[in-house]
Design a protein around this ligand. Sequence first.
Ligand SMILES: Nc1ncnc2c1ncn2[C@@H]1O[C@H](COP(=O)(O)OP(=O)(O)OP(=O)(O)O)[C@@H](O)[C@H]1O
Ligand SMILES: [Mg+2]
Length: 415
Amino acid sequence: MGNFINKSILIVDDIPTNIKILFEILNHYGFRVSVAKSGQSALEKIKESLPNLILLDVMMPGMDGFETCHRLKADPKTKDIPVIFMTALSDSVNKIKGLKLGAVDYITKPFETEEVLARINVHLELQQTQMKLVQEEKMSSLGQLVAGIAHEINNPVNFIYGNLIHAQNYITHLLELLSLYENHTNQVIPEIKAYSDEIDLDFIKQDLPRLLSSMAIGTERVEKIVRSLRLFSRLDNTTFQLFDIHEGIDSTLMILSHRLKATPKRPAINIVKNYEKSALVECYSGQINQVFMNLLANAIDAIEESILNHQIPDIPTISIHTTVLDDKKAVLIEIADNGIGISEEAQQKMFEQFFTTKPIGKGTGLGLAIAHEIIVEKHQGTLEVKSSPGEGAKFIITMPIQQTIITKNVMDNMG
Ligand SMILES: Nc1ncnc2c1ncn2[C@@H]1O[C@H](COP(=O)(O)OP(=O)(O)OP(=O)(O)O)[C@@H](O)[C@H]1O
Ligand SMILES: [Mg+2]
């Protein structure tokens, strides 16, 4: 069975004894339980905070369980919460009707503790796996897309970049040849004079080398972008590899660069980097990039929200600081923003799956849960936050520089 401590369950039932029995069982096993005595009040309660699962009685005065379920499934915000119906043992008509309405399962009254727990756990686990798959699929198709584009751009850029040096040489030679001609004949040929005036030969001679070197700088830049894209999209998640976390952060910033630029609504977001020493870390690089992506995207969102709320920070800034910790066994990575900040209450919940304060379609509430899993479980590190509302937020990662064989085995055993 998975670890479901802290998962929240909403019980919807009008009969106090039912509520009492379920409440005691679930509370005893570490779930956070809340209660609604009617369908209407369940829908109200859900507006405040989304439970991980709902236990829903069929027969209730007013809005019955079916109608409640129907409304839950019709609302994009609540449609993915697993609903388990509670019915009488023999009531197969209602069981079927409930399942058809989108419930995932039913439990029968009188309640059997073991059965209730088993069914709840199955559905919580299933939901967790499903969301993870969706997220992984998104990441991996993004990775593939990015890798594909990078590859396509790489070839033509190499034609230009590779030939530019030769073009530069040839042009230098031609210009030298031209001045040789000029030095060795005193004769002025009117047609040549007219033409060289027409094309402003003197200017061309000055400008051509400058033009070529700025083309070289441009293609170098494109090459760098392509390199970042390839680095970012490395999909090697099966073995630990030595990875320069600074390259990881830089390539992630490159991917996000369009979101850092000034818009009509706000100035550009300033990035302040303070990288101490180079930091090669043994890790799953693709996953670590995903952590950087999730944290940096949140920081940008937080800054944009503070501007929307007219709490405009002086200069919107994301500061990134890295250092190797004293004993050289771990790295510290801090990502701080001067955005909206995070309330004490939200800090308690924000590493949980599906906790989001962003509008539907914008946030799924998975970014930090995934980052936490990657850092803490997959890399034996820590991920913490320091923040207060209006003061911005700072996320602090520490992770070991070397993943020891022992930890690897332990992790394999943990699945
Ligand atoms: N840097 C930050 N500043 C302020 N609030 C933050 C910051 N990072 C996270 N939060 C808060 O934590 C919540 C959860 O973050 P998380 O990344 O898990 O989900 P999300 O950003 O809402 O959605 P998703 O990342 O799945 O698109 C956010 O909705 C926001 O309220
Ligand atoms: Mg996020």
